[in-house]
Design a protein around this ligand. Structure first.
Ligand SMILES: NC(=O)c1ccc[n+]([C@@H]2O[C@H](COP(=O)([O-])OP(=O)(O)OC[C@H]3O[C@@H](n4cnc5c(N)ncnc54)[C@H](O)[C@@H]3O)[C@@H](O)[C@H]2O)c1
Ligand SMILES: O=C(O)[C@H](O)COP(=O)(O)O
Length: 398
């Protein structure tokens, strides 16, 4: 590792509870300091970061989980801060929660159990009252019913396959499905060419898409209008995917039979026939550990080598790190950036051993390994020279 990297212990700050096994990834050369105003990296779960000012040393934010709507991605990109998430690391936990709550809601389990607890004061009468009262909670079986899965990513694909195993018919919609998911999806999952086709045919609908400008309020008066009467809707993605005023009306009219959501708020708790879950989708020991370890490893590798895996705002880029001096630069995706960086390097009489350049939209990332033994005295001056190039957002020499 280079002299520059060893100069300063790297500070990691956490904004949420991050599993210990993840924090243990940071050993020599790292310190966890949750009071730091200027950490090198932040680990976060659902904490809302939109109002946070970032310190000058901040290089990376890792979301130990999937959704990144709590992170100001554009601001991070403009400041050269790489944002990671942990694709798939909590998908099984959410899949199990979706299946559990779909089954429990169908069998009126939540209401039935709550009612039974009210009988505590009835003493010996309890068994008789149970037998007399159970007819209020007659449910329906999911076998033979149709589940609509909106979004076939890490979670949606697992839910779709498992629902088939439970005897359901499954129809799914995802215009951007990845090749990996397509390979792992049962061919018995029916493909909806339009989301309306899914809405019109499903008895249960579960949504597994990120919250974006395109998906916001995708469940609204118009889309409820297409759905079957008494459809059950499961939302373990984000509350804002649903227009709440329209959901309230749909629940009142019985168009939506039940709304199961991981995102309760004041409005949701006032609606009838909702099953509010306290954002428990990913809250299992296994998933918290998976996410924390994956997030921590990605941050550690980035800080130590510049390699980027699973970024949501910068291109992924890797070069085998052989311990030689490495220039890592974020820059505008415009012509001749690589040429200018390599000129800066060769102006110090240094030779290039290897390089990678990847772009994503308006920005790009370049890593260049230097072949020579570099005198550490010149590194700050080389780093500054690269930072002076118009279009460079940030640059490090590792
Ligand atoms: N409740 C929880 O605890 C919990 C846990 C994990 C994830 N989540 C939420 O679930 C979301 C999905 O998670 P994931 O791990 O499956 O993510 P993912 O990125 O693997 O999958 C998302 C899928 O949605 C698809 N998609 C995007 N826009 C779409 C649209 N308009 N219509 C249909 N499909 C569309 C994408 O192509 C992708 O396949 C996350 O973004 C997060 O908001 C919640
Ligand atoms: O997007 C996610 O991964 C989930 O919403 C999980 O959120 P949490 O890490 O706060 O439980």
């Amino acid at each position: 590792m280079s002299t520059l990297t060893l100069e300063k212990v790297k500070t990691i700050k956490t904004l949420n509870n991050i599993a210990e096994s993840g924090l243990n990834v940071f050993q020599d050369g790292f310190a966890i300091d949750n009071d730091s105003d200027n950490p090198d990296a932040i680990l976060v779960r659902s904490f809302n970061m939109h109002a946070i000012e970032f310190g000058n040393d901040l290089k990376a934010i890792a979301r130990a989980g999937a959704g990144v709507n709590n992170i100001p991605l554009d601001k991070c990109t403009e400041q050269g801060i790489v944002v990671f998430n942990t694709p798939g690391a909590n998908a099984n936990a959410v899949k199990e929660m979706v299946l559990a709550s779909m089954l429990a809601a169908s069998r009126n389990l939540f209401d039935g159990v709550a009612w039974t607890k009210t009988l505590e004061v009835e003493g010996e009468q309890i068994p008789k009252l149970v037998e007399a009262g159970k007819k209020q909670f007659v449910g329906k079986e999911i076998k033979g019913k149709t589940l609509g899965v909106v979004g076939l990513g890490a979670i949606g694909a697992l839910v779709a396959n498992s629902a088939l195993d439970l005897g359901m018919d499954v129809i799914a919609f995802d215009p951007f499905i990845s090749v990996d998911v397509a390979w792992n999806l049962s061919r018995n999952v029916q493909r909806a060419m339009k989301i309306e086709q899914l809405f019109a045919n499903a008895d249960y609908i579960t949504v597994h898409v990120p919250l974006t400008a395109d998906t916001k309020a995708m469940f609204n008066q118009e889309t409820f209008g297409i759905m079957k009467q008494d459809v059950y809707i499961l939302n373990f993605s984000r509350g804002e995917l649903v227009n709440e005023a329209d959901m309230e009306l749909a629940l009142e009219s019985g168009k939506v039979g039940k709304y199961i959501t991981d995102f309760p708020n004041e409005a949701v708790l006032k609606m009838k026939n909702t099953i509010p879950v306290p954002h428990l989708g990913a809250s299992t020991a296994e998933s918290e550990e998976n996410c924390a370890i994956m997030a921590a490893r990605q941050v550690k590798e980035f800080l130590e080598t510049g390699n980027i895996k699973n970024s949501v705002n910068f291109p992924n880029a890797s070069l085998p790190y052989v311990g030689k001096q490495r220039v890592a630069a974020f820059h505008k995706n415009v012509p001749n950036m690589v040429g200018q960086i390599t000129s800066a390097i060769s102006s110090y009489d240094l030779n290039i051993a290897d390089m990678v350049n990847r772009s994503r939209g308006d920005y790009a990332y370049t890593m260049i390994d230097i072949d020579n033994e570099v005198n550490s005295d010149i590194l700050p001056s080389l780093e500054n020279k690269i930072k002076q190039i118009a279009g460079i957002v940030t640059a490090r020499i590792i």
